[in-house]
Design a protein around this ligand. Structure first.
Ligand SMILES: Nc1ncnc2c1ncn2[C@@H]1O[C@H](COP(=O)(O)OP(=O)(O)OP(=O)(O)O)[C@@H](O)[C@H]1O
Length: 260
C-alpha cells in the first residue's frame, strides 16, 4: 500500500461569519495509499464537511493542493474533471434523497454506466444485476422505485452507484450516520468487504470514532480545522496522543474493549 493515490497538501479554508473569521481548515495535509482506508474523525464543527466539499469540488480552497492519481485535482475542470470523477466517487448520508423518488433503482444505477460508458449498452442490464448482487441486493431490486427502499437498502444502492464507475477512491462522509445500529454494522461490513475484494481506497469521514475504527487502517483526528493526530487505527484508539482524540475515545466508553 505504498503508492500514494491522493495527497492533500496544506489545505486551508476560512469563512467570514458575522464579521468574524473562522478557519474551517488550517494547513491540512493527508495522504491515502491505493487500497487504503483512511478515517477522518472529529467533533461537530471541526472541518469535516468543509474538507469533503472541497474534495467534491463544491467549494474552492483558499490555499493548498490536492493531487489525485498524479493529477492536480483542484485544477481540473469541464470534461477533464467529469472524466476523472469516475475515479473518485462519493457517498453521503442519503445521496438518493436527491433523486426523483419515482426513479427505479435500475435507472439510478444505469446513469453512471451510461454517462461514463463503463460497459457497452447491451451489457448495462447485466452490469446493474452484478452491482446489486455485489452490495447484497437481488437483481429484482432494479425494478423497484427508490422511495420503496429502507434506509439501509438505499445506502446499499448508493454504494452500488458509487462503485459502478470502478473508482479507485470512495469518499464516504457520514455515510452510515443516519442508519440504526444493526443496519450500520452490515453496511460497514459491506464496505470492508468491497475494500478487500476490489482494492478500492476509502476516505471515511465521521464524527463517530467507533464507526471510523471499524473500517479504517489509519485514522486522522481533526480538531478546529487542524489534523492533530494521525496513526494506525488501533493506536489512535488505544493510546490517543491529542486531547481531541482522547475526548473522542472517552465519548465511546466501551470502544477499547468492545470494538464495533
Ligand atoms: N458557509 C459557511 N459560512 C461560515 N462558516 C462556515 C461555513 N461552513 C462552515 N463554517 C464553519 O467552519 C467550521 C467547520 O465546519 P464544518 O461544517 O466543516 O464542520 P464539521 O466537522 O463538518 O461539522 P458537523 O459534523 O457538525 O457537520 C465551523 O466553525 C463552521 O461553523
Amino acid at each position: 500500500m505504498s503508492d500514494v493515490l491522493l495527497s492533500i497538501d496544506n489545505l486551508s479554508k476560512g469563512f467570514s461569519s458575522s464579521g468574524r473569521r473562522v478557519a474551517a481548515l488550517e494547513n491540512v495535509s493527508l495522504t491515502i495509499a491505493a487500497g487504503e482506508t483512511l478515517g477522518i474523525v472529529g467533533a461537530s464543527g471541526s472541518g469535516k464537511s468543509t474538507l469533503s466539499r472541497i474534495l467534491l469540488r463544491l467549494l474552492a480552497a483558499d490555499a493548498g493542493a490536492i493531487r489525485f492519481e498524479g493529477e492536480d485535482w483542484l485544477a481540473l475542470s469541464g470534461a477533464a474533471l467529469r472524466r476523472k470523477r469516475a475515479q473518485m466517487q462519493m457517498v453521503f448520508q442519503d445521496p438518493l434523497a436527491a433523486f426523483n423518488p419515482l426513479a427505479t433503482v435500475g435507472a439510478v444505477l444505469d446513469d453512471p454506466l451510461r454517462i461514463h460508458e463503463v460497459v457497452p449498452r447491451h451489457r448495462r442490464t447485466g452490469e446493474i444485476a452484478m452491482l446489486l448482487e455485489r452490495v447484497g441486493l437481488s437483481a429484482d431490486y432494479a425494478g423497484r422505485p427508490v422511495r420503496s427502499l429502507s434506509g439501509g437498502q438505499r445506502q446499499r444502492v448508493a454504494i452500488a452507484r458509487a462503485i459502478a464507475t470502478r473508482p479507485s477512491l470512495l469518499v464516504l462522509d457520514e455515510a452510515v450516520s443516519a442508519l440504526d445500529v444493526t443496519v450500520r454494522g452490515r453496511i460497514l461490513e459491506l464496505l470492508v468487504e468491497l475494500q478487500r475484494e476490489q482494492g478500492i481506497a476509502c476516505l471515511f469521514i465521521s464524527h463517530d470514532l467507533a464507526v471510523v475504527r471499524a473500517v479504517s487502517h489509519r485514522i486522522a483526528v481533526i480538531d478546529n480545522g487542524r489534523i492533530v493526530e494521525t496513526g494506525p487505527a488501533t493506536s489512535v484508539v488505544v493510546a490517543p496522543q491529542s486531547d481531541a482524540a482522547r475526548a473522542l475515545v472517552a465519548a465511546v466508553p466501551r470502544l477499547v474493549t468492545d470494538p464495533f
